[in-house]
Design a protein around this ligand. Structure first.
Ligand SMILES: [Fe+2]
Length: 544
């Protein structure tokens, strides 16, 4: 058994206590934090707090945090994202105003230059980098629907950066207007003793008052990197006239195409700027980011506004890619694009995983949007086809942690593979509880009357439906368990975010922070411990 360093073992821990039938959440200082070496843990369901508002309310367009505060072609919606290695980042921003209505005229992207001035903080020597720009349009060729065209979106890649170094930068067009001065820190060099201190993980964020609370709590934890596990703005809960709804399925089914109100993306970019202009954000796509247009165009806003190190990581698609952050290798996968053995994504993933040197990046983390292991009724076993196609590959390469969103609640699994407890399987963590406008998930498929009919778990975007009754184990012959499954360690229907603190090549502290708790208090906390000697990598080839 690995020895936990004393400094790691003594830390605040928040625990749930059940006292005299009163459900009370308290924070206490515990002498130790549990580790996955003690698992599998007995399944726990946190008591539901009925005082929580489950339908979050969107920030209105009148909220000062989403309004345009600059004039002319000054940069706005400034953000930083990582390339594949520590030595390169992307700076993104928008100039000019979007247009929405019947008569839109796209701006000329070439009319405003894309320039970034940057330097190591206090070093004096300034560098200049140039990049590219684009506009995208959301065109609905239907009577009465409004069209949209974006401001000019700029992306500039900075290269040759030093690891773990604070840089300042300004972006814009020097002949028109430059931004204020912003700062970011590069990731540490990759190695078994080198990690970003804190990685924030959040999913299904949206732009509500709960989102605001999530981001406030996340900022209080001072992350070095933010992972957003899909479903960014929920602009697709709106008609093009700005009228909103509370869920995708009920969002105006009678209209000729599922509409989306693109200004919500601009509101989101403004709201997030204070965080993502200084902390790099890495995004993977969710179903709400698909935004189908005429002529089957999809992901226009998502793929235009963000940058992805796809080419740098050998991927031919913005919808799946990989990158390193210190000694952690992240693979960001697409659940709404081909994933079976004959797909480009699968072949890319095989190659990417085979190329990972675990002596350099011991930790392997995979993320995609809809979970394989969630026990909530919402989206229950919806991504089973992807699990069937890809689980062996991820298991054999010993993925340590999987992060998912999509289900609007929190859940942490025991180590699991093929629905069976397995000490070499990943820990699956669902953090789809960022606080978007749709309902929180509160019912569990294992509760009486809450097991969904298999057909209702079908999602048109996930490429088929593969879930069937279990063939072995306690739920053999049934679609759902009749108690919280053994593979589910902890679940809680609250909004929040998670923080991953990798300490060394074997130990990482995972904490989950609920919006209703005090800042920096953990609602769930555990050391995730790797055991490479017990679980050696098995080179895997789909051809046998
Ligand atoms: Fe989703």
């Amino acid at each position: 058994m690995a020895i936990l360093p004393l400094s790691l073992a003594l830390a605040p821990i928040c625990t749930w206590l059940l006292l005299a039938s009163l459900q009370t959440s308290i924070c206490a200082v515990s002498s130790r934090i549990p580790t996955t070496l003690e698992g599998p843990f007995k399944p726990v369901t946190a008591p539901l707090d009925n005082s929580l508002r489950r339908n979050a309310v969107d920030l209105p367009e009148t909220d000062p945090r989403v309004q345009r505060t600059i004039s002319s072609f000054e940069p706005e919606q400034v953000s930083v994202s990582l390339s594949a290695k520590y030595d390169s980042v992307w700076i993104s921003w928008i100039t000019g105003e979007y247009q929405i209505g019947d008569n839109i005229s796209p701006l000329d992207p070439a009319s405003v230059a894309s320039v970034v001035y940057y330097a190591i903080f206090m070093s004096g020597r300034q560098h200049r980098a140039t990049g590219s720009s684009l506009v995208y349009s959301q065109i609905y060729p239907f009577q009465g629907l409004q069209n949209y065209t974006s401001g000019i979106i700029h992306h500039v890649r900075l290269r040759g950066l030093k690891p773990n170094t604070l840089y300042y930068y300004q972006c814009g067009d020097p002949s028109i207007a430059m931004s204020g001065v912003y700062y970011f820190r590069t990731m540490p060099i990759s190695g078994p003793d080198s990690y970003p201190a804190r990685i924030a993980v959040v999913g299904d964020l949206g732009l509500t008052y709960n989102t605001s609370s999530t981001v406030d709590h996340l900022l209080a934890n001072h992350p070095d990197l933010v992972l957003l596990i899909g479903d960014v703005t929920y602009a697709d809960l709106y008609l093009t006239n700005g009228t909103g709804a509370d869920c995708f399925a009920c969002a105006f089914p009678g209209t000729p195409i599922h509409e989306s109100y693109q200004p919500r993306w601009d509101y989101w970019g403004r709201f997030m700027q204070p965080l993502v202009s200084r902390v790099p954000i890495m995004v993977v796509e969710g179903d709400h980011d698909i935004e189908e247009q005429a002529e089957n165009r999809t992901y226009e806003a998502y793929s235009s506004r963000f940058t992805f190190p796809s080419r740098e990581s050998g991927s031919s698609s913005k919808l799946y890619y990989s990158f390193d952050a210190g000694g952690v290798h992240f693979v960001m996968l697409g659940a709404y694009i081909g994933y079976d053995e004959s797909s480009d994504q699968y072949r890319w993933l095989e190659k990417d995983l085979a190329s990972v040197d675990r002596d350099v990046t011991p930790w392997l983390v995979a993320t995609w949007h809809p979970p394989w292991y969630s026990t909530y009724t919402a989206h229950y076993r919806e991504a089973e086809c992807m699990r069937v196609a890809m689980e062996d590959l991820l298991y054999n390469y010993r993925v340590d942690i999987v992060f998912n969103g999509h289900v609007h609640a929190y859940e942490r699994s025991n180590r699991v593979y093929n629905y069976t407890l397995d000490q070499c399987g990943p820990v699956h963590i669902v953090v789809g509880d960022g606080g978007n406008r749709e309902n929180m998930a509160i019912t569990h498929a294992d509760e009486w009357g809450n097991c969904p009919e298999p057909d209702t778990s079908r999602d048109p975007y996930t490429g088929g439906f593969c879930a069937s009754n279990f063939t072995s184990g306690p739920a053999a012959g049934k679609f759902c368990w009749d108690r919280q499954p053994d593979y589910s360690a902890y679940r809680d229907s609250s909004f929040g975010h998670g923080i991953l603190e990798v300490k060394n090549a074997t130990h990482a502290l995972w904490s989950w922070h609920r919006n209703q708790d005090l800042y920096r208090i953990a609602g769930d906390i555990v050391y995730l411990v790797r055991q490479p000697e017990l679980c050696p990598i098995r080179r895997y080839n789909s051809l046998g």
